[in-house]
Design a protein around this ligand. Structure first.
Ligand code: SF4
Length: 387
């Protein structure tokens, strides 16, 4: 972890949440609604929000349009967002500009038009190359469309393509997950995000699990798939740089997402989006109505905000730092918290080391792959030691 002290000259990341989807996937708890006809109202409000957030001292070096389903926007609408972001946040010419797309709505023509607005990174929500898995997850696209979307991205000129995949589905075997990974690396994406399926409350999948309509994959088998992902992608030349994220080389890590993990400042726009500029953190209403209502009255659509105490910042630094294979850098920790990491957490670190969960050298402490499986437990133990 490179903890970034917030100062006025530091570049920020801009996240724009597009809160619309054609339908809801069974596992999804991201905020989005299916009333796509409200998109124009949303875009008017988004423009207002950007201009209300505008401050002279900001410059942005990343822009991430996520959702929801950003690929529901016409290229012109997407171009407007880029123009507003450039006008309000001094978007650097060399900024990393990521667009998330859903294979169900990605055409070569649209992707070409999006690329013309400066997007240089495409993140495709593939989730699986197996039709039965996609059906279980409630995705609108099939495996053939996922392959088409990657092809369309390449034809549109995107060199930096990332794929999102999900593992840990009920009954998933090592060989079925391996065939997803194999298909993914055949496409040579620069970035791969492999998320473990989780059953979030209020999702159809959670309800089905509660009703015992299927059985979740056991923790042991899910852990096997996690280890296998690390080994398989490592052997294919991908570096595992965050629990769920892999890059072909450090150059292709997600610069934007690293801001979240490194305490760098970011501004989130749209319903449910979060922002952070230490020591403050804030978040918008998780409701399109609440969002439109506040902006209609000329107010920022904040649901709440919090001032992070030094202690809270240290807890976050442990959790976010240990998610990354760069780990916690002692010098940075000392500079930020005026404490010696090794002395502070000495007792637990010894135990974790014996368990084989962490490795330390003179510069940093990081989790082993085995340790990543116990991240929450490890952080809880460390947090208990904070005065
Ligand atoms: S497309 Fe993405 S945001 Fe929309 S419901 Fe599916 S997982 Fe959620």
């Amino acid at each position: 972890m490179q903890i970034s002290p917030t100062n006025q000259s530091q570049a920020v990341g801009i996240y724009v949440h597009i809160p619309f989807c054609q339908s809801k996937c069974n596992y999804c708890d991201f905020y989005s609604v299916t009333q796509v006809n409200r998109l124009p109202d949303y875009l008017n409000a988004l423009k207002k929000e950007m201009y209300l957030c505008r401050t002279g001292d900001v410059r942005a070096d990343t822009l991430y349009i996520g959702g929801g389903t950003p690929s529901l926007l016409t290229p012109r609408q997407m171009g407007d967002i880029v123009d507003w972001a450039a006008a309000c946040f001094n978007l650097e010419a060399s900024a990393e500009m990521t667009l998330e797309v859903n294979p169900a709505t990605a055409t070569t023509r649209d992707l070409q038009d999006y690329a013309a607005f400066g997007f240089n990174r495409l993140n495709i929500g593939v989730q699986s190359f197996n039709d039965a898995n996609l059906k279980f997850l409630g995705r609108r696209h099939n495996a053939a469309q996922a392959l088409e979307a990657v092809k369309a991205g390449k034809e549109a000129g995107f060199n930096n393509i990332g794929l999102d995949l999900i593992f840990g589905l009920p009954d998933q075997t090592t060989s079925s997950w391996k065939s997803d990974l194999l298909q993914a690396i055949r496409l040579a994406p620069k970035h791969l995000a492999c998320y473990m399926l989780s059953y979030e409350e209020h999702t159809p999948l959670h309800a089905d699990l509660q009703a015992r309509r299927f059985e979740a994959l056991s923790e042991l088998r899910t852990a096997d798939l996690f280890r296998m992902t690390h080994d398989f992608l490592g052997a294919a030349g991908y570096e595992h740089y965050e629990i769920s994220n892999y890059a072909q080389t450090p150059r292709w890590r997600s610069k934007h997402n690293q801001k979240y993990w490194n305490f760098a400042p970011y501004i989130g726009l749209g319903p449910s989006a979060h922002g952070c500029r230490l020591p403050m953190r804030w978040w918008n209403h998780r409701s399109l109505d609440g969002y439109l209502n506040d902006l209609g009255q000329g107010r920022l659509p904040r649901a709440d905000e919090e001032h992070l105490s030094e202690e809270q910042q240290m807890m976050e630094a442990l959790y976010l730092g240990l998610r990354q294979t760069d780990g916690i850098v002692f010098k940075e920790f000392q500079k930020r918290f005026h404490s010696d990491f090794k002395l502070y957490f000495n007792k637990e670190l010894d135990r974790f080391s014996v368990e084989g969960w962490i490795e330390m050298d003179s510069e940093r402490c990081r989790l082993t792959v085995e340790g990543m499986l116990f991240l929450d437990h490890i952080v809880d133990q460390l947090v208990d030691m904070i005065d």
